[in-house]
Design a protein around this ligand. Structure first.
Ligand code: GDP
Length: 512
């Protein structure tokens, strides 16, 4: 079990062995090592101990499948998460305070500012987009002392474990609003932007004169920018808020003076913001974990080195197979990523005869893609020829779904499982613009090599790939205006820790 860590890291081996057979007690099972083990298991205090392990097997074990994270959560973040959990339990579904808040919502009018304020996240677009937006909404909830609730339609339901102990983040089935797609559109009369434009709300509007909820429309085009301190003062009056987004808007919060101090304390290392949020929030359900665990044990556990290759070909940029394959190989040669092909290594045995040199190293390449072609070609190449060093190469691909089917739960479960498998890799190569790839390297805590997007489907990408300078995902869509900055100013040049992304020039991301 988890044998690839045998070679890599004896501490990991201890962790793996302890997880695999807790009753056996490893030789180095001293008080010091068990404290260390607890610290690893709880991700440096990021995770609460208060969960039943069996209800969510991934929560305390998935980190054992990865190298140790280079990032440690700050003490302040850990403290804030415990405070958040207490609030969630007090205000969450099933509590008397939640009932009271729902009654106010039913009345159609906002109440005086309540102890329990809520932000409801509703999904939009593919799984990667959803996870970026959900993590951003959680950060927003932390900063504004709101309770995060999730509208989980059937295709989303059951993908993740509950993240907050003793409560639920899922809106109850009998919640007042059910038709989220119908109610929350760009024309919604309670959208913040529409209310602002119609002049029905301002900083002077009394809390009780406001509608029962406000809708923040933060999808791609960001039509509804709400990232000025002034906006936040109005928004803070609403006890109920609904956010629809498909982008990593967390990055924008780092440009707001109102949150600057708090965010610096929470995340002294800015490139680890998503890494910590995602490891805290996203734990695959037992069904999804079953897919991950079985695949890992069957195909990847024996590898000494795992290289992840995520090939995403977007419908709007249909790069032909040969071009994409050529780019992958060019990237690999440029950066030394995939094992080099060579001649069979022959050595002279004791009796003077020539024999093929034995190798002890196994490199596994995990390919994820909607299509099987890249896996087929790469596997064929390593079957046909030996590597330069004599190491063995195994190539695996868990699924090839051919097309995106976000509305199907089984499809999403496989997608999530593959994101997790990619996040176990030692080195990760991702496709530009893909949020699926962002989540994988964000969870892993590794800086990926990004296969750049060519100017057109048949043009050559130059260079083939670049190594990202941060683990953070890219916020691909920016608001049209940024408070405090002159009209038309470059958002990627306002502060040192926010710069343009390697893969989406107009987007920005956080750097340490
Ligand atoms: P993005 O479109 O690349 O930014 O990523 P999203 O995750 O938001 O949307 C793409 C969706 O297509 C995924 O959520 C999956 O449903 C599907 N998909 C794309 N690539 C893969 C893949 O390699 N494996 C699997 N199983 N599904 C994929």
């Amino acid at each position: 079990m988890l044998s690839r860590f045998l070679v890599h890291n004896s501490v990991q081996l201890h962790r793996a062995a302890a997880a695999a057979s807790p009753s056996h007690g490893a030789p180095e099972d001293t008080p010091e090592s068990s404290t260390r083990h607890d610290d690893d298991r709880l991700l440096g205090g990021l995770l609460s101990q208060a969960f039943d392990e069996h209800s969510c097997r991934s929560r305390y074990t998935s980190s054992l499948y990865r190298r140790r994270s280079p990032f440690r959560p700050s003490t302040y973040l850990v403290e804030r998460l415990r405070r958040y959990e207490a609030r969630h339990k007090r205000c969450g579904p099933g509590s008397a305070l939640f009932q009271e808040a729902v009654e106010h919502l039913r009345s159609g009018r906002n109440a005086a500012r309540s102890e329990c304020q809520y932000v409801v996240w509703t999904p939009f677009n593919g799984l990667g987009n959803r996870m970026l937006a959900l993590a951003s909404t959680f950060l927003y909830a932390l900063l504004t002392d709101r309770v995060l609730l999730v509208h989980a339609p059937p295709e989303f339901d059951g993908l993740f474990c509950e993240p907050f102990p003793g409560s639920s983040w899922t809106l109850p089935a009998d919640f007042l609003i059910t038709d989220f797609d119908g109610v929350f559109t760009m024309w919604s009369p309670t959208s913040y932007k529409n209310m602002r434009q119609a002049g029905t709300i301002s900083n002077a509007t009394a809390e009780q004169s406001l509608p029962a909820y406000v809708f923040l429309d933060l999808i791609q085009s960001f039509t509804d920018a709400a990232f000025c301190d002034d906006d936040q003062q109005v928004l803070a009056k609403f006890n109920w808020m609904v956010i629809k987004s498909d982008v990593y808007f967390a990055a924008m919060l780092f440009l707001m003076p109102a949150y600057e101090r708090e965010l610096t304390q929470l995340f002294p290392e800015k490139e680890a913001v998503f890494h910590h949020l995602a490891r805290y929030l996203f734990h695959p359900s037992n069904d999804v974990w079953g897919i991950v665990h079985r695949f890992y044990e069957a195909y990847l556990a024996r590898a000494d080195e795992l290289v992840g290759l995520q090939v995403r070909v977007f419908p709007e940029m249909p790069i032909p197979f040969d071009n994409m394959y050529e780019q992958i190989i060019r990237c690999s040669e440029q950066e030394g990523l995939l094992p080099k092909l060579g001649q069979t290594v022959v050595v002279t045995a004791a009796n003077g005869s020539s024999v093929v040199a034995p190798s002890t190293k196994l490199t596994s390449i995990l390919v994820t893609s909607l299509f099987p072609d890249y896996y087929d070609r790469i596997r064929g190449v390593y079957h046909a020829r030996p590597t330069e060093t004599g190491e063995y190469v195994a190539v695996h691909q868990p699924s090839h779904e051919r097309e995106q089917r976000t509305e199907a739960r089984g499809h999403n479960q496989r997608a999530l499982a593959e994101i997790y498998l990619l996040s176990f890799c030692d080195r990760v190569v991702t496709s530009a613009v893909s949020t699926f790839g962002y989540i994988a390297h964000g969870l892993a805590g590794v800086r990926p090599w990004v296969l750049l997007r060519p100017p057109s489907p048949v043009a050559r990408a130059e260079p083939a790939c670049v190594r990202s300078e941060t683990v953070e995902p890219c916020l691909q869509a920016l608001p049209r205006r940024m408070c405090g900055a002159a009209e038309g100013s470059d958002i990627g040049a306002l502060v040192p820790h926010i710069r343009h992304c390697e893969d989406v020039q107009k987007g920005v991301k956080l750097f340490s």
